[in-house]
Design a binder for this molecule. Structure first.
Ligand code: ARG
Length: 588
């Protein structure tokens, strides 16, 4: 299958050859001056030096050749040496019909279904899910879905933070409050009665323990000790930890489901534990790790480093494993289980150094070969209007579930005011408000480039105008309504037989360019490019809707063609929303 850009590149490349130049100069791109033309080729400028000719002479001779081809409506050589191209309507219609018949041709797929592991979400067990985990989850999910559409075999792993000091802190506080619990007895090996702890309890005890450990050195030492004992398999702690996991994970599943985020693997840091002892032993035996002030470290600095690159600590002075250790062992596990072409990490920008250290250590020690790409895809912070990380009104860290409630109730308010909304039953209103609220939140995030910070602005996100989730949903709901009415009237959607307006052609060209946009988005690991494309298609679709008589069109052939075009727009927008994992209601 060839995309439209590839088809045009081939034709223009041939024309360069015919005119006596190299084929490689014929690369065609979308025009960056859509007011002048639809596509352009800048090869004449690149060839000038090689051929000792002025770019405009080259462009002119190539344009002469291209003018003979009837797929072009106009070909112009423009100083200093651009070739500006407008393609014929028939060629556009044929290309569109081709992808309607072979929908698999809309998107070019990678060959051989390579495996990609995507590490995203990364919530910490027993700590409430906060907005910082929001971005990881929704960006990672979108990139995963995008990779899948492009033909990759994708594996999303949540990589729970379930093995660190936070568990030791919870154990310590639990022991303070329940000194006689069998779970806390060193010499007791079970069986254990189920512990009926609630999430709200965990949400209380973690902050308390964390506060105490900052104020009280002895308490902190106990928490560290508990972490170490847990990691070394103390039965009561392991049993307690399993209970904590059960409660935490079921809550996490609910939250992520609300956000349209699904993980193939619910592994955690703890799952890497079984690889750690052998891994460390090998690091030492192979001479990669050495002792440094009681800790075990791997040097990863390189001579040409511009910034300091501290060694990676793989075992702390107290013998416990840390973040880097579990990350290294997890790479080992992923290579062993999947041998992926790439492992992508969607984690807060501030963890960049950690990942650079880990990746270097993984390469140095041979845990991963050069065939596997390890990539840190950092993201920026969601800020409040004051430009600082988004907080609750009382200054605390905003919980994700509270944030979701905020957007959903905002959407519900708006719904009740609207005409369609107020006609719906209470249940329908709730259901649709949930879709709109989540769409507002997710699109409001995804429209920003991953690496950048952005401002959470509820009114803006919920607006039906501009680059927002509700705007896209509204456009799609409108298309759905037209198609529903057409069906009620007994209209069938016929073949798209011609282009009736400029806007229609603009949309068709966008649709034909979807594959390139998706690839660009994936290569940049930037779902914002997909979101941006959805917006530009949606805004053209609205223009089309205003300018075009569709259901009232009397010419049957034309009406049926327009209806089919509506179906196509809806379908393409739906593909975009599926990638962003945003649900679309039937009415709103
Ligand atoms: N749990 C970590 C945190 O909250 C994020 C985990 C990211 N992934 C990883 N493989 N380290 O900061």
């Amino acid at each position: 299958m060839e995309t439209i850009i590839e088809k045009l590149t081939k034709i223009v490349g041939d024309a360069f050859v015919k005119a006596g130049f190299d084929e490689s100069l014929g690369r065609v791109t979308l025009s960056n001056r859509p007011d002048l033309c639809e596509f352009q080729c800048n090869g004449a400028m690149m060839g000038a030096k090689t051929y000792h000719k002025s770019p405009i002479d080259i462009a002119n001779s190539v344009a002469e050749v291209l003018k003979e081809n009837k797929i072009f409506a106009s070909v112009e050589a423009v100083p200093p040496g651009f070739i500006n191209i407008i393609i014929n309507q028939d060629f556009v219609v044929d290309s569109i019909n081709e992808i309607i018949e072979h929908s698999e041709n809309l998107i070019k797929k990678v060959e051989g279904k390579p495996k990609v592991v995507i590490d995203y979400g990364g919530p910490n067990v027993a700590k409430p899910l906060h907005v910082g985990h929001l971005r990881s989850a929704i960006i990672g999910e979108a990139v995963k879905r995008l990779a899948k559409v492009l033909g990759y075999d994708t594996i999303g792993d949540i990589h729970l933070g379930d093995w660190g000091l936070q568990i030791g802190l919870i154990i310590t506080e639990f022991a303070v409050q329940n000194p006689d619990s069998p779970y806390m007895k060193e010499d007791y090996l079970g069986p254990y009665e189920p512990l009926n702890i609630e999430l709200s309890y965990l949400n209380e005890i973690y902050p308390l323990a964390s506060k105490k450990s900052k104020e009280d050195e002895e308490y902190r030492a106990r928490a560290k000790r508990a972490t170490f004992d847990l990691q070394n398999g103390r039965p009561g702690y392991i049993a307690f930890w399993k209970e904590v996991m059960r409660v935490s994970v079921s809550d996490l599943k609910k939250n992520y489901e609300n956000l349209g985020v699904n993980f193939e693997l619910w592994y955690g840091e703890s799952d890497s534990q079984k690889y750690i002892p052998d891994m460390i032993e090998k690091f030492v035996k192979d001479g990669f790790a050495h002792e440094d002030q009681g800790a075990l470290v791997i040097d990863v600095a390189k001579e040409d480093d511009k910034a300091p690159m501290p060694p990676v600590i793989v075992k702390k002075t107290d013998g416990s494993d840390i973040y880097a250790t579990t990350d290294l062992a997890t790479i080992l596990q992923r290579v062993k289980d999947y041998d992926p072409e790439m492992i992508l990490y969607f984690v807060d920008n501030r963890q960049g150094l950690h990942f650079e250290q880990v990746f270097r250590a993984a390469r140095k020690t041979g845990i991963v070969s050069d065939d596997t790409l390890l990539e840190f895809d950092g993201f920026g912070t969601m800020n409040g209007k004051d430009g600082k990380p988004y907080k609750t009104r009382d200054g605390g860290v905003m919980r994700l579930s509270d944030l979701i409630d905020t957007v959903v109730s905002g959407a519900l308010e708006k719904m009740k005011e609207s005409k369609t909304g107020s006609d719906l039953s209470k249940d329908e209103q709730d259901e649709i408000a949930k879709m709109i609220g989540i769409a507002a939140l997710k699109f409001g995030d995804l429209i920003n480039h991953r690496a950048k910070d952005y401002i959470f602005d509820l009114d803006k996100f919920l607006s039906f105008e501009g680059k927002t989730g509700p705007y896209i949903l509204y456009t799609m709901v409108r298309l759905k309504a037209i198609l529903r009415k057409a069906k009620e009237n007994g209209y069938v959607s016929g073949k798209i037989n011609k282009i009736y307006s400029d806007v229609e052609k603009d949309i068709m060209l966008k649709i034909l360019n979807t594959s390139d946009v998706f690839w660009q988005s994936f290569n940049d690991r930037a779902p914002s490019i997909v979101a941006e494309n959805a917006y530009s298609i949606a805004s053209l679709a609205n223009k089309f809707y205003y300018e075009t008589k569709i259901l009232a069109e009397e010419n049957e052939e034309k009406r049926n063609s327009l209806l089919h075009f509506c179906e196509l727009m809806l379908k393409v927008l739906q593909i975009h929303m599926d990638i962003l994992s945003i649900k679309v209601p039937e009415v709103m």
